[in-house]
Design a protein around this ligand. Structure first.
Ligand code: C2E
Ligand code: MG
Ligand code: MG
Ligand code: MG
Length: 288
């Protein structure tokens, strides 16, 4: 089935809805098995302080390599997991892996930084999400200060009192909350001081146009000021050029993440970065 569908998927003309549904079903069954067979793993993208130039955090990003060695990116399977009721299990699996990694690094004497884990809106909707997070921290004997949860802005906007109260409880337990993809979710300014959060992550789509659209630079500067006024930290995501980094730093942005500084890396490489005394990327004149 996979082989036959693989061909049809790449056909641009006459997409047949039946086939598409069949392919998705095939994919969701594969994903269900992948969760059981431990085919998912995490890569880690460094976040650097623009003030101290230190590596201050790692974002955990999920990857899936199937039995035939094919690599799938989150965009290929997170939506399928969401539509087929698998996102809860996937999310728990990811959180567990991230905390297990922190515990393993601690055992190896690797200096730790906080790990940021992405959380889908649906994870708040069903079951006892807060209970799972607290229990996972306990199982791995990891303090809450080592965990940041990233919630997309759009999932907060579609959200409910229930989500807000769960965020509040998590924060009361010392877990940090970041709003991911900020600027893309039709946010209204009136929301900003009602969220229970610690950091805003400015979406890559704003960062990528910083040098080419001066209006974007204005927006980004304004968002940074606003966030600071509310006591939130600001992370810029998707920083790819020295010019973008310079504008962000001049604008008072606290943290940056992006290919310019580092792509997401395997845990072994992340451990090297954590161990190295100069934590900024080696010999990078931008951060040093
Ligand atoms: P995100 O949380 O906004 O993560 C950032 C994405 O941008 C990552 O893609 C990262 O590899 C990519 N990126 C980082 N720096 C750059 C850059 O300089 N240039 C460009 N072009 N891209 C950059 P990735 O890993 O494909 O993840 C895509 C999205 O999938 C994530 O966006 C997040 O929303 C979602 N995701 C990833 N892992 C998980 C997970 O474990 N659970 C859930 N629920 N969602 C996840
Ligand atoms: Mg994220
Ligand atoms: Mg993001
Ligand atoms: Mg993003």
């Amino acid at each position: 089935l996979a082989k036959a569908d693989g061909r049809n998927c790449s056909r641009v003309f006459e997409p047949s809805l039946g086939r598409e549904i069949e392919a998705r079903l095939g994919m969701s069954n594969k994903l269900r098995r992948a969760l059981a067979d431990n085919e998912l793993y995490l890569v880690y993208q460094p976040q650097y302080s623009l003030v101290t130039h230190e590596l201050t955090g790692l974002e955990a990003l999920v990857r899936w390599r199937d039995g035939q060695g094919r690599l799938f990116m989150p965009g290929d399977f997170i939506p399928i997991a969401e539509q087929h009721g698998l996102i809860g299990r996937l999310g728990e699996y990811v959180l567990d892996m991230a905390l297990a990694q922190l515990a393993a690094w601690r055992t190896q004497g690797v200096p730790l930084v906080a790990v940021s884990v992405n959380v889908a809106a649906q994870q708040f909707a069903s079951g006892d999400f807060v209970g799972f997070v607290l229990d996972a921290l306990r199982r791995h004997a990891i303090g809450p200060e080592w965990l940041e949860l990233e919630i997309t802005e759009s999932s907060l906007v579609q959200n409910t009192i229930r989500t807000v109260s769960q965020l509040q409880t998590l924060r009361l337990h010392g877990i940090r909350i970041a709003i991911d993809d900020f600027g893309t979710g039709y946010s209204s300014l009136s929301y900003l001081d009602t969220y229970e959060i610690d950091r805003l992550k400015i979406d890559r789509s704003f960062v990528s146009e910083l040098e080419t659209r001066s209006s974007r630079a204005g927006i980004v500067r304004g968002v940074i000021l606003l966030a600071k006024g509310l006591g939130y930290g600001v992370v810029a995501e998707g920083v790819e050029t020295p010019g973008q980094l310079a504008i962000l730093r001049e604008s008072g942005c606290g943290y940056a993440q992006g290919y310019l500084l580092s792509k997401p890396v395997m845990p072994e490489r992340a451990a090297e970065l954590l161990r190295s005394p100069e934590r900024p990327p080696h010999g990078d004149p931008i951060l040093t």
